[in-house]
Design a protein around this ligand. Structure first.
Ligand code: GLC
Length: 440
């Protein structure tokens, strides 16, 4: 047991002791406050441009896939531009793939040659990333894939590109070698790049979970190096088991491509820390032909919805083989930034409100300040159910102008509710009009 008590000794099935949950909650304070982060999926798969699972989905033999390694040279990579974009968008932290399932490392690991510094890029892409985002004041995280389609010790199972290759399957494979490699790489990532704020493992399935990864040992060693680092829940959780951090390893739950209907709570209904990770189009890694992008309005509302349910949004971009964030993603980040410039007060440090979800949108709340996010304009005055005599002051958040809250003539006599009058056919901001309500 470490002296600072930061050690987690839970097994996968036992509920964590209250003290461990409290430590975790404390570590997550900045994270919960930040609410909005950038996810970056980048690697060799940007070249085939058919998503980051291409090595498995198309059953690449090692040498075929290594062709991409031989040509990988992202000459347009300038993480300072990425960091500036994230900052503009109002994102407060970032998580980038240090290694994805294909096994390619964007950092200068001493344990492999399948890394960016040995490719024509000849650069430690992770070092530049860390420096750039840190310089913009964002908290920095690493995504690290537990699955590895390149390491000779990783089992050839139903999740492996060589699953149809009888010769490869017949050869002995030593999983312990892989564990030594993977623990060693995590150690490198946490020793060589200064203070790291998040480590985001991905992902567990079937028996490839928890102690198969030697998770207790790993987590203890991570905490020894970075007592404050926060860890996602996928050392025990994954696609087939979307469990949360109440029982498994890690500090937060990571729902994927979904915003949980009622947020995430423990078995007693207490809120847990969670972060929804969501793509802008339908892929994590670069996919040139996927133009199915969510609109800026949808993304802002996804963020608001997450916050209104007590969660974070980790919004993904998949840079191309040259190292550029796709134009459609960059445009959206900029547009989100415009909205955030006026309205981020209703996001940072905010969470679930004391009032039920209104018909016209959502509430977020911080202390006695309630933010009404209007997505739709109902006919007539806009009802604030249950807020009668409870509002001291109402202002449009974007410009500080007074909002008329006179009771309309046709609203009956029940004064449990309050009303907002916004004349005109449309809301002032079609993306999300935010009214700041100071409560009595
Ligand atoms: C999934 C995918 C992976 C992606 C991740 C993001 O686990 O396997 O490609 O990185 O989700 O949450």
């Amino acid at each position: 047991m470490l002296e600072n008590g930061n050690v987690i000794t839970t097994t996968e099935t036992k509920r964590k002791p209250r003290a461990v949950l409290n430590q975790s909650k404390k570590r997550c304070e900045w994270f919960v406050d930040a609410r909005f982060g950038l996810f970056i999926h980048w690697g060799l798969y940007a070249i085939p441009s058919r998503g980051e699972w291409v090595r498995l989905l198309e059953r690449y033999e090692d040498t075929d896939y290594h062709r991409y390694f031989d040509e990988f040279n992202p000459t347009a990579y300038n993480p300072r531009e990425w960091a500036a974009l994230a900052k503009t968008a109002g994102q407060r932290y970032v998580v980038m793939t240090a290694k994805h399932h294909d096994g390619f490392c964007l950092f200068d690991s001493k344990l492999t040659t399948f890394k960016s510094t040995c490719s024509p890029a000849k650069r430690d892409l992770i070092r530049e990333y860390v420096d750039a985002f840190r310089a913009e004041g964002l908290k920095v995280g690493f995504y690290y894939s537990l699955i590895d389609w390149n390491h000779p010790g990783y089992p050839i199972d139903h999740m492996h590109p060589l699953q149809d290759n009888a010769t490869a399957k017949a050869a002995p494979r030593h999983f312990d070698d892989y564990l030594t490699y993977f623990h060693g790489q995590v150690d490198e990532l946490l020793k060589n790049y200064g203070k790291i704020d998040i480590i985001w493992f991905d992902f567990s399935y079937r028996n490839m979970s928890g102690e198969t990864w030697k998770a207790t040992e790993l987590v203890n060693s991570i905490r020894r190096l970075h007592p404050d680092i926060i860890i996602d829940n996928r050392l025990t959780c994954g696609h087939e088991d979307p469990c949360h951090q109440e029982t498994g390893f890690g500090d937060f739950t990571s729902p994927e491509q979904i915003i949980p209907a009622e947020g995430v709570t423990d078995s007693h209904g207490n809120p847990l820390v969670w972060e929804a990770c969501i793509t802008m189009n339908d892929h994590w890694g670069y996919m040139r032909d996927d133009r199915n992008y969510k609109s800026t309005t949808q993304i802002v509302r996804m963020l608001v919805e997450s916050v209104s349910k007590g969660g974070n949004l980790l919004l993904n971009v998949g840079p191309d083989a040259k190292g550029k964030i796709p134009g459609a993603s960059a445009e959206r980040l900029e547009a989100i930034g415009k909205w955030m410039k006026d309205n981020s007060e209703s996001i940072y440090g905010c969470g679930v409100s004391d009032f039920p979800k209104p018909d016209w949108g959502r509430y977020t709340q911080r202390g006695n300040v309630l933010y009404a996010h209007l997505f739709e304009k109902p006919v007539g005055a806009i009802p604030l159910i249950g807020l009668g005599k409870k509002v001291r002051r109402a202002r449009l958040l974007s410009d500080g102008s007074e909002i008329d809250m006179k009771r309309p003539w046709n609203a009956g006599t029940n004064d449990d509710d309050a009303f907002v009058n916004l004349p005109g056919p449309d809301l002032p901001d079609p993306i999300d009009t935010v009214i700041k309500l100071e409560l009595i």
